[in-house]
Design a protein around this ligand. Structure first.
Ligand code: COA
Length: 335
């Protein structure tokens, strides 16, 4: 840990992504539940998703993504100060971030999990920025990783067609140069909590006479799709508008819009409201489905690797989902 507490700027200098090898096409899902490629692709834009198998772990995928981010940034694992793992599907309720720290060999890093569902990556970036701007830390890995296939009811066609597995990561570094994080906004509305849940169902057990405790199991994902859809298309454009304003920009200054990859229709509606043309919207939902906290860094990584996103490009991003929660940020890519 650095003892230098000079106020710093934030840069985004590395990214990486990983997904399980196994791909399940919409037509294959139609053998599991009463659905069709036509229904899924026309309502969501999703054509396939990656599904983790029994030998793949959340920590393993997250580590792969993080290693790529470190390599691109030219930062050694031993120089990472903090690892934030945004996930809702940790393999250990005590947290999975420390396992990633060990697998990476990031020996001096402190590591913790952050749970904010599909907003988790944006919340993680904003959290990381506080440590970097204060000068407390210099190198922070923000990882978004989820294996929601483990928590989907594969008999429920309302939800099982939407989700997929994956991991993505960015390396954020403190700098004395101008701050590349131009604005952010993060929000929660617990009054709508019941719209999207992966809940614990308690079972009562009498330990000794008069002392009843609750043990139980987590239940599959439940969702009110229409409410979540309405929430997203209202809240997300407002949040992005606010950060554009904070950054003293207009929507014409945005080079790329990278939204949480939940549904192509949501992305189209948000872009339309913001008057951002389709060619500036980064989308890979067709290939991955909704990978929750992983979706934004996977989309970012693919666009950087494809040479679409270049150093200095201005990116508007927004994550949204369970909580309900949502967040937006504007940043410039690269040093
Ligand atoms: N295949 C075929 N039919 C399906 C289906 C599927 N996979 N899933 C639901 N249906 C049926 C329903 O049973 C319902 O039938 P009914 O009218 O006979 O009751 C009908 O399709 C609902 O269709 P529609 O009203 O057109 O659905 P929709 O336009 O609201 O689309 C979602 C459904 C889930 C795609 C949409 O609401 C959505 O994307 N919501 C946001 C979800 C989300 O992104 N969640 C994660 C956020 S992080």
């Amino acid at each position: 840990m650095s003892s230098n507490h000079t106020l710093m700027g934030v840069t985004f200098i590395g990214c990486g992504a990983a997904a399980p090898e196994t791909i399940v096409l919409n037509d294959e899902l139609a053998q599991v539940v009463d659905t069709s490629d036509e229904w899924i692709s026309s309502r969501t834009g999703i054509r396939q998703r990656h599904i983790g198998h029994d030998r793949e772990s959340l920590a393993g995928l997250a580590t792969q993504a993080a290693q790529q981010a470190l390599e691109m940034a030219g930062v050694a694992a031993e120089d990472v100060d903090l690892i934030i793992l945004a996930t809702s599907s940790a393999e250990d309720l005590f947290g999975s971030a420390c396992r990633i720290q060990a697998q990476l060999g990031a020996t001096k890093a402190v590591a913790f999990d952050l749970t904010a569902a599909c907003s988790g990556f944006v919340f993680g970036v904003v959290t990381a920025a506080q440590f970097l701007r204060s000068g407390v830390y210099r190198n922070v890995l923000v990882i978004g990783a989820d294996l929601l296939s483990r928590w989907v009811d594969w008999q429920d066609r309302n939800t099982c067609v939407l989700f997929g597995d994956g991991a993505g990561a960015v390396l954020m570094q403190g700098t004395i140069n101008p701050d590349r994080l131009l604005g952010f906004e993060i929000s929660s509305d617990g009054s709508q909590n019941c719209c999207l849940n992966l809940s614990f169902k308690p079972e009562l057990r009498e330990l000794i006479p008069g002392v009843v405790l609750t043990q139980g199991k987590y239940q599959y994902i439940t969702m009110n799709g229409k409410e979540v859809y309405r929430f997203a298309i209202n809240r997300v454009p407002d949040a992005i508008d606010k950060v554009i304003h904070q950054a003293h920009l207009t929507s014409a200054d945005i080079d790329w819009l990278i939204l949480h990859q939940a549904n192509q229709r949501i992305m189209d509606a948000v872009a339309l409201r913001l008057q951002i043309p389709p060619e500036k919207v980064v989308s890979n939902v067709a290939k991955y489905g909704n990978t929750s906290a992983a979706s934004i860094p996977i989309a970012l990584t693919e666009a950087v690797r494809a040479g679409k996103i270049q150093t200095g490009d201005t990116i508007a991003t927004s994550g949204f989902g369970a909580g309900l929660s949502w967040g937006a940020a504007i940043f410039k890519w690269g040093n």
